[in-house]
Design a protein around this ligand. Structure first.
Ligand code: SF4
Length: 317
């Protein structure tokens, strides 16, 4: 990428061939239009606080439901990502600006205004920043703790692959309640789907979080319907358990625009139920697997169950 690169280039090389049409969306994927009063109230707070959300940037199908309850997943560090994952709708290119030091305060203010029990904070990848944004995440966690002390915090981070490994400690020391980093897909699809990332680096990152703080919940997710097979999904689950990951999410991949990676197939609700059962069998504390599952979908309710499941496992509930 050079300085002449337009900042909002959207995967021009990934145009789908016209002789290879998309499979038709099944009924179980349809969602309600975002029209509720709660939806507009959430949107107003996001605008007033000049915040970006992954809900909008990634064109999440659950926005109508989530925003009606104030559940917006704020996306920090701008809206231009330095990676070019072929599944993702977020603009990619050279970010136009340095990190905004006032953003953590605005995020915390929004969390307070929304009155959230649990919040999910995510970000774009900022490979142009020396620590990948680790300190910015830590500042955001601290700001929320100060302004909204009753809110539990889940972070969904980049992989910090180009940074000193010690930057991870900065984030862990800020003590989020849940540390999430998505593997996104099976390793065989990484070159096509997540070309700037490395499967085993991402796994190791999550394992390292647990080593740094064994009490911290770790979470990761994959999308299915990208072209993977069942054995590969089971192998990812085994790898995640070997890395001591507590919480697994599996959802259907949806193609945001015709220029993105094509949907290979729509996985049926029965297949999702089978994945969920298998994952519990492999020892995850918590599993969410359904067509519309996303990392942050029902994250607050799931966090409550995650805590309960840990207590049960420890024989304390
Ligand atoms: S599932 Fe997550 S990303 Fe999608 S609308 Fe809900 S909170 Fe936003």
């Amino acid at each position: 990428m050079n300085d002449q690169t337009p900042p909002r280039l959207r995967h021009p090389e990934k145009a789908r061939k016209p002789d290879n049409p998309q499979p038709k969306k099944p009924d179980w994927i349809r969602v309600k239009a975002p029209t509720s009063k709660g939806y507009h109230a959430t949107a107003k707070i996001m605008r007033e606080n000049s915040l970006k959300t992954v809900c909008e940037e990634a064109a999440c199908p659950n926005a109508g439901e989530c925003w009606s309850q104030g559940h917006a997943t704020m996306m920090i560090m701008g809206d231009v990502c330095t990676r070019a994952c072929t599944f993702c709708n977020i603009a990619t290119g050279k970010p136009p600006e340095a990190l905004d030091v006032f953003e953590p305060g605005r995020v915390a203010d929004a969390v307070k205004k929304l009155g959230l029990n649990h919040v999910v904070i995510t970000s774009v990848d900022r490979d142009d920043v020396e620590d990948g944004g680790a300190e910015h995440f830590a500042m955001t966690i601290r700001a929320i703790r100060k302004q909204a002390p009753g809110t539990t915090i889940e972070i969904l981070t980049p992989d910090f692959i180009r940074c000193d490994p010690a930057v991870l400690e900065v984030v862990v020391e800020a003590k989020p309640d849940v540390f999430n980093h998505n593997l996104e897909t099976v390793p065989g699809l990484y070159p096509e789907v997540r070309p700037g990332a490395r499967y085993f680096h991402s796994l190791r990152l999550l394992q390292r979080v647990k080593e740094l703080d064994p009490t911290m919940f770790t979470k990761s997710g994959i999308m299915v319907g990208l072209g993977e097979d069942k054995q590969a999904v089971h192998a990812v689950m085994d790898d995640m358990r070997a890395a001591d990951i507590d919480f697994l999410t599996i959802g259907q991949y949806l193609q945001p625009t015709p220029k993105h990676h094509a949907v290979d197939r729509f996985v049926t609700p029965e297949e999702f139920a089978a994945y969920e059962k298998a994952a519990y069998g492999k020892g995850f504390l918590m599993v969410s697997a359904s067509p519309l599952t996303r990392s942050s979908y029902h994250a607050g309710d799931d966090f409550a169950r995650l805590r309960e499941n840990r207590l049960k496992k420890l024989g304390m509930a």
